[in-house]
Design a protein around this ligand. Structure first.
Ligand code: DAH
Length: 337
C-alpha cells in the first residue's frame, strides 16, 4: 500500500503540472480529492489492513491528503491571479466612457483675448507671481510712500516689505522691456493678489491680462484703435465705447475704457448699475520714467499699455453675479461654459 501511496503522489504532481485551465484543474481535484477520489479510495483500502498497521497508515494518508490539498490550492490561486491579469477580462465589451472635461471659463476668456490680440501681432509673455517691490511698484513709477501704493492692498512676504505677491500684471511690462529692444508687442496674462475682503465682487486672488505696445511713433490713436478693435471682436461690432481720463503712476495720460452695457444697450440695468456703461479696462501712454528704468530712450520711443481683470470681463460677459463661483468648481456651474 505504501507503493500505491507513492504512485498516487507522483501522478498527482504530474497532473497538477499539466493542468493549464481552470476546468482542467477542477478535473484534477475531482480525480484526487473529491469524495470518491483516489485519496478517499486509499482510506477505503486501509480498512482491510491488520489493526496494528492502521495507525501508521492513517498518519501517512492524512499527510498525503494535506500535501495534495495544499498543492491544489497553491496552483488554483496562482491561476486565478494570472487570469485577472490577462485572459479573464472580456476584451470584447465596449469600454466605459469617461466624462470629458473642458477648459475653465476663465482660461477660455484668457485664450479668447490672447487670440484677438495675436491676430493684431501681439505675442504672450509671462512673469513671476512673487515679485519684488521694485518690479511691482518702483520701476512702474510708484514713488516710495506715494498714496498710489494704497490703491492696491498688498500681501507682503518679507518683513522689510520688499518681496510681495504681485498686485497686478504690470511688473511683466518691466521684465519684458528689460529682456528685449523695441518694437514690443506683448500681452501678459496671469494671476494677481490683493489683500481685500472677499465678496461677490472681489477676491484675494484673481487674473489680469496686461498689454504693451512700444515702438517709434506710437500714439494715443494707436491705443484707441487697438482697444476698440479688441472690444468689437470680443463684445460685438455694435458695441459703443468711451474713454475717460484717470490716473495710473505708470501711464501719462491715462484712460479707463467703458463699453455700452450689452445687457440693456445703454438704457440702464442691474449689471451696469443703472448708468448704461461698463468699465472694462485701464490704459494709457507708457510713462517716460518706465523707459528710463529699462534703458529705452524716451525721446525715441513711445508706447501704450492696458490692463484688464479677467474675472470682471468674464462675469460681465456671462452675467455671473458672484465671481466666487469661478473658484468653487461646482460642475453645475462649469458645465454651462
Ligand atoms: N495695473 C492696473 C491695475 O491693476 C491696470 C492697468 C491700468 C494696467 C493701466 C495698465 C495700464 O497697463 O496702462 O489696476
Amino acid at each position: 500500500m505504501t507503493e500505491h501511496i507513492e504512485s498516487v503522489k507522483q501522478d498527482f504532481a504530474l497532473d497538477l503540472e499539466a493542468a493549464t485551465t481552470r476546468e482542467h484543474l477542477e478535473q484534477v481535484r475531482i480525480r484526487y480529492l473529491a469524495r470518491n477520489g483516489l485519496i478517499a479510495g486509499l482510506f477505503e483500502e486501509m480498512k482491510s489492513l491488520p489493526p496494528e498497521e492502521k495507525p501508521r497508515m492513517g498518519r501517512l494518508l492524512n499527510s498525503l491528503k494535506a500535501e495534495l490539498t495544499e498543492g491544489f490550492e497553491r496552483k488554483s490561486t496562482a491561476q486565478e491571479s494570472a487570469g485577472a491579469r490577462s485572459g479573464a477580462i472580456d476584451q470584447t465589451l465596449p469600454g466605459r466612457p469617461r466624462p470629458l472635461g473642458s477648459k475653465h471659463p476663465l482660461m477660455q476668456t484668457i485664450d479668447e483675448i490672447s487670440q484677438i490680440f495675436r491676430s493684431m501681432g501681439f505675442s504672450s509673455a509671462y512673469g513671476p507671481e512673487i515679485e519684488t517691490d521694485y518690479y511691482n511698484f518702483g520701476a512702474l513709477n510708484f514713488p516710495p510712500d506715494h498714496p498710489a501704493r494704497d490703491m492696491q492692498d498688498t500681501f507682503f512676504l518679507s518683513p522689510l516689505k520688499n518681496v510681495l505677491l504681485r498686485t497686478h500684471t504690470s511688473p511683466v511690462q518691466i521684465r519684458t522691456m528689460e529682456g528685449q529692444r523695441p518694437p514690443v508687442r506683448e500681452i501678459m496674462p496671469g494671476r494677481v493678489y490683493r489683500n481685500e475682503a472677499v465678496s461677490a465682487r472681489s477676491l484675494v486672488s484673481f487674473h489680469q491680462v496686461e498689454g504693451l505696445y512700444v515702438d517709434k511713433g506710437v500714439t494715443f490713436s494707436d491705443l484707441k484703435g487697438t482697444l476698440v478693435a479688441f472690444a468689437r471682436q470680443f463684445y460685438g461690432n455694435d458695441v459703443r465705447y468711451k474713454f475717460r481720463p484717470t490716473f495710473f503712476p505708470f501711464t501719462e495720460p491715462s484712460a479707463d475704457m467703458y463699453i455700452s452695457c450689452f445687457l440693456c444697450h445703454g438704457k440702464g440695468c442691474r449689471m451696469c448699475k443703472q448708468n448704461g456703461w461698463l468699465e472694462i479696462l485701464g490704459s494709457g501712454m507708457v510713462h517716460p520714467n518706465l523707459f528710463k528704468n529699462v534703458g529705452y530712450d524716451p525721446e525715441q520711443y513711445t508706447g501704450f499699455a492696458f490692463g484688464m481683470g479677467i474675472e470682471r470681463i468674464a462675469s460681465l460677459r456671462y452675467g455671473v453675479d458672484d465671481i466666487r463661483m469661478f473658484y468653487e468648481n461646482d460642475v453645475r456651474f462649469l458645465r454651462q461654459f
